[in-house]
Design a protein around this ligand. Structure first.
Ligand SMILES: *[C@@H]1O[C@H](CO)[C@@H](O)[C@H](O)[C@H]1NC(C)=O
Ligand SMILES: *[C@@H]1O[C@H](CO)[C@@H](O)[C@H](O)[C@H]1NC(C)=O
Length: 502
């Protein structure tokens, strides 16, 4: 089919214009000055430019078994005078002797009374755009090994760091979650196979990133490294990529004899504890579902201070009751229930505790004590209660719980231990004209009011922390009578007007 003449003519003109444009752009591109970035343009990088571009950090090493001297020598041999920083939380002992002429130095993070503050600021020493953090005894073949990774970081801005496994190392990837409100870190069961981005790389590896990335972390140099890095990266939702080519070499195997192995493990456990403490993680849920708790033990003080105006310190800081405290409260409550049941004391869950039981079968996640009501006349039936209400001295039972009269009014308090003052409060009520009343009232607590005895005739059972305990009948009506309508469905923080959006 022949095209109309006019159209054919236009096509030819268009082709000519296009050719001119293409030729013009080709020459324009060629005449542009070469980009100055050494990495993308030059295959052979002079040793001076490596030192301008990259610093090496060694954080993960042990005093008692290390290859720091060999490692720094080797890195300087292949990379030239690249800055190498060995960062330690204390002065390494036995001494590490680095080559005097070399560019490696040891930085200690310890507070020294003789040092000024600005000199102690480690990050100010990193003058290169990139840092490579290597485990002790790592080796490189040359800069070419790192070069493509640096280009990658320059090109892929959303990749915050690159994990480069050590040769022959079985490296795998795991996922985990950090819940700061609940002070918890939870590790996933399944390892991610063939993951490109990895939340937690396990197995020995180096980490390459921009210096800016590293120093934007709240605490970049804490051990156990690189675990602490991954936790902080997770909170920032950073993407970390595993590379499986160009693996890092290994100069020698460390921690091979049983004693070194044991010491290494011990050090890691200690530093893990210190890290969790410093960032406020108190429960570690392992892939098996088993939890490790950090802080708030039977023989340590309660991990939050005196509660002022119903607003505990942790809530003020935007966090809920530390999980170790909740656990200790549950344990104390379970002990108290068992004693009350053994004595046949008529008891029931009170106030916020009953509310928690009705709402979720547990202590409300930001509550800090457990409240129980009893018939005052039943105190005489139960030795620990009798002790507590009559003696001026607290009564310590065989499981080290402390039973005592509360100093704030006419009620009893059972503390987790003499040191740890997490507690259960027991309020003695008595019946008067069909109404349950008591002698001490907290005027600021709306729920602290008299109520008809019919709620206790009969009692019901309610599931609280996995055990069935005694409660008023018609729990919903009882709670709404005390707190107001809709209280089960509408959680509120104490002493905050704003309802909770959860
Ligand atoms: C702090 O120490 C550094 C390094 O020792 C020194 O260069 C600097 O002048 C000192 N600064 C002050 C304010 O003393
Ligand atoms: C209480 O509730 C928990 C959680 O829903 C459940 O696992 C447990 O079996 C219950 N306990 C009893 C005694 O019903």
């Amino acid at each position: 089919m022949a095209l109309p003449r006019q159209l054919r003519k236009r096509k030819i003109t268009l082709a000519i214009i296009l050719t001119i444009f293409v030729t013009f752009f080709f020459y324009l591109l060629k005449s542009l000055p070469e980009e100055k970035t050494p990495v993308s343009r030059h295959t052979k990088l002079s040793k001076e430019t490596v030192a301008d571009l990259l610093s090496i950090i060694i954080l993960d090493f042990e005093d008692f078994d290390n290859a720091l001297e060999k490692t720094t020598d080797n890195l300087q041999d292949v990379l030239g005078p690249v800055p190498i920083f060995i960062i330690s939380d204390h002065v390494p002992y036995p001494p590490v002797r680095l080559e005097a002429k070399g560019s490696a130095r040891i930085l200690t993070l310890e507070n020294e009374l003789t040092r000024n503050y600005s000199a102690g600021c480690t990050a100010r020493l990193f003058n290169t755009e990139f840092v490579l953090i290597l485990p002790d005894a790592s080796s490189l073949e040359g800069f070419h090994q790192i070069k493509s990774f640096i280009s990658f970081l320059k090109f892929k801005r959303d990749t915050k760091a690159i994990a480069i496994p050590q040769i022959n190392e079985l490296v795998y990837c795991a996922d985990f979650h950090v819940d700061l409100t609940r002070w918890t870190i939870a590790f996933e069961k399944d390892y991610l196979k063939k993951a490109v981005f990895c939340p937690l790389v396990k197995g020995s590896h180096g980490l390459l990133m921009r210096t800016q990335t590293l120093i934007s972390l709240p605490t970049p140099f804490m051990r156990p490294f690189p675990f602490t890095f991954y936790v902080q990266a997770k909170v920032k939702s950073w993407k970390i990529r595993i590379m499986n080519s160009g693996r890092i070499g290994l100069l020698s195997k460390l921690y091979t004899d049983p004693h070194s192995k044991w010491k290494r493990k011990q050090r890691e456990a200690d530093s893990l504890k210190a890290f969790y403490k410093s960032v406020g993680l108190k429960q570690e849920i392992l892939p098996s579902g088993i939890s490790n708790f950090y802080g708030c033990e039977k023989h340590t003080p309660r991990c939050f201070g005196t509660v002022v105006k119903d607003m505990p310190e942790f809530l003020y800081r935007g966090r809920w009751t530390p999980p170790c405290c909740l656990r200790a409260l549950r344990e104390t409550a379970a002990h108290v229930f068992s004693v009350l049941e053994k004595c046949n004391v008529r008891y029931w869950l009170e106030g916020g505790t009953l509310l928690g039981a009705a709402r979720l079968g547990d202590i409300i996640p930001w509550d800090y004590d457990v409240d129980i009501g009893i018939y005052k006349e039943d105190i005489a039936k139960c030795q620990p209660l009798l002790h507590a209400s009559e003696d001026s001295e607290p009564f310590i039972d065989e499981k080290e719980f402390v039973w005592e009269k509360a100093s704030e009014g006419d009620f009893l308090r059972i503390q987790y231990s003499e040191t740890n003052h997490l507690h259960v409060d027991i309020y003695p009520f008595y019946q008067k004209d069909g109404i349950m009343t008591k002698n001490t009232w907290f005027l600021t607590h709306r729920q602290d009011v008299e109520f008809p005895e019919t709620y206790l005739k009969p009692f019901t059972k309610i599931n609280f922390t996995g055990i069935m305990v005694s409660a008023p009948n018609n729990v919903r009506k009882f709670l709404e009578f005390k707190f107001g309508e809709g209280v089960i469905e509408n959680p509120r923080y104490p002493n905050l007007q704003k309802p909770l959006n959860r």
